[in-house]
Write a protein that binds this ligand. Structure first.
Ligand SMILES: Cc1cc2nc3c(=O)[nH]c(=O)nc-3n(C[C@H](O)[C@H](O)[C@H](O)COP(=O)(O)OP(=O)(O)OC[C@H]3O[C@@H](n4cnc5c(N)ncnc54)[C@H](O)[C@@H]3O)c2cc1C
Length: 381
């Protein structure tokens, strides 16, 4: 595995500073407060609209679809700054990160023209419809079924653990459009865009350990999906889904979910002038730096259209263990009283990190599954 070294240009440093400054101002204006795991659990449509107005959603997409035609490294800088600031970007995150690239690669011209400008404006959000009550790691066993009728498909089945479905407008849904052919269960799967406000869709919340809404069960009962909402080729859903996973697994969000806690820990240790504990915190920063280089290298290969499934699995499996280690090490270095409603920032960020971190190594593919992909050296499937 060879990943290129990446050096940011002066213009990219200036862009980073511009984003950082914007976030500092919005935080000071009270538009948000810093939160751990803000990319998946900090849904704030008003903030997403602000980001859209800045032209910072769909940054790499063609201008004719509302994008800015900038590089994926520019996008990397942008997302890194959002995560470091703990800004509430969850509403538009999935649409920006994976729905847009999926439609650019496999979607029809009509789908691109209809969805991409709205996503880029920060007003149209998507959920990921993969997992089902009896289908998680073994995703090809999904049973949600779409049957052909005139002009479209009738969908029946259920998805589960669907992050932010209650805020999203649409779901990219993996469904079976052809029965199991007795040869390979990956065949016969397709991706449909399902309107989450359509008749026959029921969304039932599953709260996080924090008590806040996050996941959902989503039920489909005779939901009509027009032919125009099939993404890519019928029966090619498995391969298309794998392409999406590379975007999903390699980004800085797999390293930085608890960075706001690490920053606060270092501030606290500096106040205490605790040099020995600061050395321990510095080891975390050193690990972060090497993981970041790995993740940036993958972003570069993705930009050049290269194959990244295996390094992306590596970034996700090592990066999420690292994110989980931050609250564990914080606990050993300072006294905290973690509570979500705490006035002290350190205590609040600690509570958020502890309650969210068990999911880091599960969402987007469990570590065990990722180890399997790396060990076999082949893309799952
Ligand atoms: C915070 C969070 C957000 C999520 N958001 C979404 C979402 O938006 N959309 C969505 O579709 N899903 C979502 N998920 C679901 C997630 O993708 C699944 O939980 C995950 O893929 C695992 O599936 P499962 O829960 O069915 O566990 P299982 O597949 O039943 O696995 C149970 C355990 O067995 C292990 N295991 C399973 N198979 C193997 C194997 N072959 N080799 C070794 N070990 C194995 C697993 O590693 C795991 O430890 C989310 C999950 C979390 C925690």
């Amino acid at each position: 595995m060879k990943l290129p070294a990446v050096h940011f240009t002066q213009r990219q440093h200036e862009f980073r500073f511009e984003v950082r400054q914007f976030l500092k101002e919005k935080c000071a204006e009270g538009k948000f407060h810093t939160k751990c795991d803000s990319w998946l659990s900090g849904s704030n449509p008003d903030f997403s609209k602000l980001v859209g107005e800045k032209g910072w959603i769909g940054l790499t997409w063609p201008k004719k679809y509302g994008g800015a035609e900038r590089s994926s490294l520019d996008r990397y800088i942008l997302t890194e700054e959002f995560l470091a600031a703990g800004a509430p970007v969850a509403a538009h995150w999935i649409a920006d990160r994976q729905t847009g690239p999926l439609l650019l690669r496999f979607g029809t011209e009509e789908q691109r023209q209809f969805f991409l400008p709205k996503i880029a404006a920060g007003t149209c959000y998507f959920a990921i419809g993969l997992s089902e009550p009896n289908s998680g790691s073994d995703l090809a066993s999904v049973t949600t079924k779409a049957e052909k009728v005139e002009g479209g498909w009738i969908v029946n089945g259920a998805k589960t653990w669907t992050s932010n479905a209650h805020d999203a407008h649409y779901m990219i849904t993996l469904v079976r459009t052809d029965p199991f052919d007795g040869v390979k269960k990956h065949n016969g799967l397709s991706q449909l865009i399902i309107d989450l406000h359509a008749e026959g869709v029921t969304i039932s919340p599953i709260n996080y350990m924090t008590g806040q809404p996050h996941f959902n069960d989503v039920y489909f009962e005779n939901v009509f999906v027009p032919d125009e909402m099939v993404v890519g080729e019928l029966g090619n859903g498995w391969k298309q889904g794998l392409a999406e996973l590379a975007f999903e697994r390699s980004g800085p969000e797999r390293i930085l979910s608890t960075l706001p806690l690490l920053v606060e820990l270092i501030e606290e240790l500096k106040k205490q002038n605790n040099v020995i504990a600061l050395e321990e915190a510095a080891k975390l920063v050193a690990q972060l730096w090497s993981l970041r280089n790995l993740s940036i290298g993958v972003a570069r290969v993705l930009e050049e259209g290269g194959e990244v499934a295996i390094p992306a699995a590596l970034v996700k499996s090592i990066g999420t263990k690292f994110e989980q280690s931050i609250p564990e090490i914080t606990r050993l270095l300072v006294d905290t009283y973690p509570r979500l409603e705490a006035k002290q920032k350190l205590d609040r960020l600690m509570a958020e990190s502890l309650l969210h971190s068990p999911g880091f190594t599960i969402r987007g593919g469990t570590s065990e599954i990722l180890y399997g992909i790396v060990a076999k050296g082949v893309v799952a499937g």
